[in-house]
Design a protein around this ligand. Structure first.
Ligand code: ASP
Length: 324
């Protein structure tokens, strides 16, 4: 009888666990999986936003860099994690859209995650090591054409934003050069500054501080408008490659099945972070735009994500990009 009572008590307790844990959430540290190397753009944005989120959530947020295969390894780790709000993934246009058209993923980008919120939208910069003699984008294109057999461009892996940006450039200019994959553009930009590679199509969030420091050259921004944070850099349209527009948007997701109120708590912490003047300034300094408040909801991210998949998959599949 006693055993039976204990069993009943246990069952009753277990039955209440999901609600109880959601109410208490978060009661321990949260891990945010960055699917690229430390020191890169995704890592930088994750750290700025989560630093402020921990104030709202009252728990430490640990950034874990699980890199490789253009972010698909880290995103897979989030897909397989317990849906309890303690494993959160950050990703972007290429991890959550492009990769699905290139890799044979072990997860479904639209069905295996709950959207939490979009945090930023930012263009890329076409950058080169200081030793490249070209003074503007037209001269850069001519230099690449004249040196194609030796030119190298660093990427964060096949299908990453930096790789797709480079392929877009090659298609528009009729050039071919070698891509060198890294575990993120954080380590790639170190090699660019060291002069080991020539070019990169890198997110402004990563390259802008080094352009300001005079360590690399920026030729154009992959957008129709100049960056408020670096108005001296011309747009691709102004500089001679009209239409090479790439906007890399970043967002947070959790594994499918994460309770709605847990998603709501995470979303509220992100919304609060994005409203903080200090966070806004830090993101703006990195050339990032923050989506308007009505675009910061899980529903808006879900709809936008789906629309991006529908828009880009046919184009990316047609480009025939293959994993190495
Ligand atoms: N987001 C990547 C990184 O953090 C770069 C890329 O997608 O090209 O390194």
């Amino acid at each position: 009888m006693k055993t039976l009572l204990v069993a009943f008590a246990l069952a009753a307790n277990l039955g209440t666990i999901p609600t109880a844990s959601a109410q208490a959430y978060p009661s321990r540290p949260i891990v945010v999986v960055v699917p690229f190397a430390a020191g890169g753009p995704t890592d930088a944005l994750a750290r700025i936003v989560t630093e402020r989120m921990r104030k709202t959530l009252g728990q430490p947020i640990l950034v874990e860099n699980t890199s490789g295969a253009a972010g698909s390894i880290g995103v897979g780790r989030v897909a397989r994690a317990a849906p309890d709000g303690y494993t959160v993934g950050i990703g972007h246009w290429s991890t959550h859209v492009v990769n699905g058209a290139i890799y044979d993923l072990q997860y479904d980008l639209l069905k295996d995650f709950e959207p939490v919120a979009m945090i930023t939208i930012g263009p890329q910069l076409i950058i080169a090591k200081n030793a490249v003699p070209a003074k503007d984008l037209k001269e850069l294109i001519a230099w690449v054409k004249a040196n194609q057999d030796h030119v190298s461009a660093g990427t964060a892996g096949v299908g990453s934003a930096s790789h797709v940006g480079g392929i877009y450039f090659q298609n528009l200019t009729g050039t071919k050069f070698q891509f060198v994959p890294y575990r993120g553009t954080g380590p790639a930009i170190q090699d660019l500054m060291g002069g080991h590679i020539d070019l990169m199509f890198d997110q402004a969030a990563n390259s802008l501080p080094h352009v300001r420091g005079g360590k690399i050259k920026a030729y154009a921004v992959t957008s129709g408008t100049r960056l408020a944070a670096a108005p001296e850099i011309p747009t691709v349209d102004e500089a001679g490659l009209p239409g090479l527009h790439i906007a890399v948007w970043h967002a947070f997701w959790v594994p499918k099945g994460t309770p709605k109120d847990v998603v709501a708590k995470l979303n509220a912490a992100i919304v609060e972070a994005l409203a903080d003047p200090d966070v806004r300034q830090r993101l703006a300094d990195l050339g990032q735009e923050i989506p308007p408040r009505d675009q910061q909801t899980p529903e808006a991210l879900g709809a936008y994500h789906k629309a991006e998949v529908d828009k880009w998959w046919p184009m990316i599949k047609a480009a025939g990009i293959k994993p190495e």
